[in-house]
Write a protein that binds this ligand. Structure first.
Ligand code: CAA
Length: 379
């Protein structure tokens, strides 16, 4: 398997890196304080094509393959993990699902607007009572002939406040368990559908995370994505690619933490020497660098399999689990190297430490990734 970036991957990486350096990195701290990213930044990301990465070219997107996507996601996360999570959910969980499972009518309706960034996508699986046990969700859709009548509440929906299209998983047959879950494409203006409270989060504070409320919401039959009862498989298979995006996010945050730690260690003097001259500091930096490279290779391996059309459930879970754990450790060590300065908001490692925490939680906890890997290992 070839892990060298191709020329087109390098071009995309360079574009993402430049955008991250010039536009994301300088603003990320302020956006964290204000708990919002300016509209102009989303617009620039859209103009650069980042909202169309997973949209096929025929619908106006860039239609990049999984390895190129992973490389771009790492770079964006290096600049702003909050912007990156918006982009990766939109692409890997929503646009890619519509491209794969949508009817021609659905693709024509959503994909061009999503590629342009005019319509942002949100993915809604979790509920107050079902997070890890996603198959037990209780938001119910009742068949009323020409529409579905939907009632229930969804939780922790990334992009929830400003999305235009929501990929929502509902139960259409309680007795059938995960085979009774159906996927609906819900437009923002649907009667009976509303966006609930904005979550006050520990990290990724500039990313918009919401509750969604369905009170006798009338969803047209044309909103069905895939088959009735086929929603859980759509949810799970999209999470295979989503998890590559989150693993790449973890690598990007860890890389940013390493860069800050190196710069600080070369600058800061104690006991008459730079921190970088102390072997205990060097050992931390060496571990961070080694783990980041190992995680990046796991991400690329999973992405390469996905790009070839091969099954990559195990490899995506391995990448997500490993990358998120080493990234949490890297951010912990970056704070440690900064000492007191790592505990205050003037230095970005404080934010990285908060932002990286959720990479072990969302799109499947570390524990669930272990379960998925173990199932495959045990056969
Ligand atoms: N691809 C395709 N199909 C899959 C699949 C995959 N990766 N994984 C499972 N399936 C299929 C199975 O083949 C099975 O099909 P059959 O009924 O035909 O046999 C069906 O789905 C049920 O599978 P399981 O028996 O494995 O289901 P389970 O109830 O044991 O649950 C689980 C499996 C791994 C625990 C799953 O519930 C899971 O991944 N939970 C974590 C949920 C999660 O990641 N949530 C993330 C929320 S989204 C988010 O965070 C986005 C955001 O905004 C950032």
């Amino acid at each position: 398997m070839d892990f060298e970036p191709t020329e087109s991957m390098q071009m995309l990486r360079d574009a993402a890196r430049q955008f991250a350096e010039k536009r994301l990195k300088p603003g990320a701290q302020e956006w964290d304080e204000k708990e919002a990213i300016p509209d102009a930044v989303y617009k620039e990301a859209a103009e650069l094509g980042f909202f169309g990465l997973s949209v096929p070219e025929q619908f106006g997107g860039l239609g990049v393959d999984a390895p190129a996507y992973a490389v771009a996601m790492e770079e964006l996360a290096r600049g702003s993990a909050a912007l990156q999570v918006c982009v990766t959910v939109h692409n890997s969980l929503v646009a890619a699902a519509i491209a794969k499972h949508g009817t021609d009518e659905q693709k024509n309706k959503y994909l061009p607007k999503m590629a342009a960034g005019d319509w942002v996508g949100a993915y809604s699986l979790s509920e107050p009572g079902s997070g890890t046990d996603a198959g037990s969700l209780s938001t119910a859709a009742v068949d009323q002939g020409d529409h579905w009548l939907v009632n229930g509440t969804k939780s922790w929906v990334t992009n929830g406040g400003f999305a235009s299209v929501y990929l929502v998983f509902v139960s259409t047959n309680k007795d059938a368990g995960s085979r009774g879950i159906t996927c609906l494409l819900v437009d923002k203006a649907t009667p009976g559908f509303s966006v609930g409270k904005k979550e006050k989060k520990m990290g990724l504070r500039a990313s918009d995370t919401r509750e969604l409320i369905f009170q006798n919401a009338k969803i047209p039959k044309s909103a069905l994505l895939g088959q009735v009862g086929g929603g859980f498989k759509i949810a799970m298979s999209q999470l295979d690619s989503g998890r590559i995006g989150i693993a790449a996010q973890a690598v990007g945050i860890a890389q940013a933490a390493l860069e800050e730690a190196v710069a600080y260690a070369k600058e800061r003097k104690q006991f008459g020497k730079k921190l970088s001259e102390f072997q205990l500091t060097q050992a931390k930096l060496a571990d961070m660098a080694t783990n980041i490279d190992a995680a990046r290779l796991l991400v690329w391996r999973a992405a390469a399999l996905m790009g070839r059309g091969d099954k990559c459930t195990k490899e995506a879970s391995m990448a997500k689990s490993f990358a998120s754990r080493i990234a949490n450790k890297a951010c912990y060590d970056a704070v440690q190297i900064h000492g007191g300065n790592g505990f205050v908001r003037e230095f970005p490692v404080e934010r990285f430490f908060r932002d990286v925490r959720v990479t072990e939680i969302y799109e499947g906890t570390t524990e669930i990734q272990a379960l998925i890997v173990a199932r495959e290992v045990l056969g």
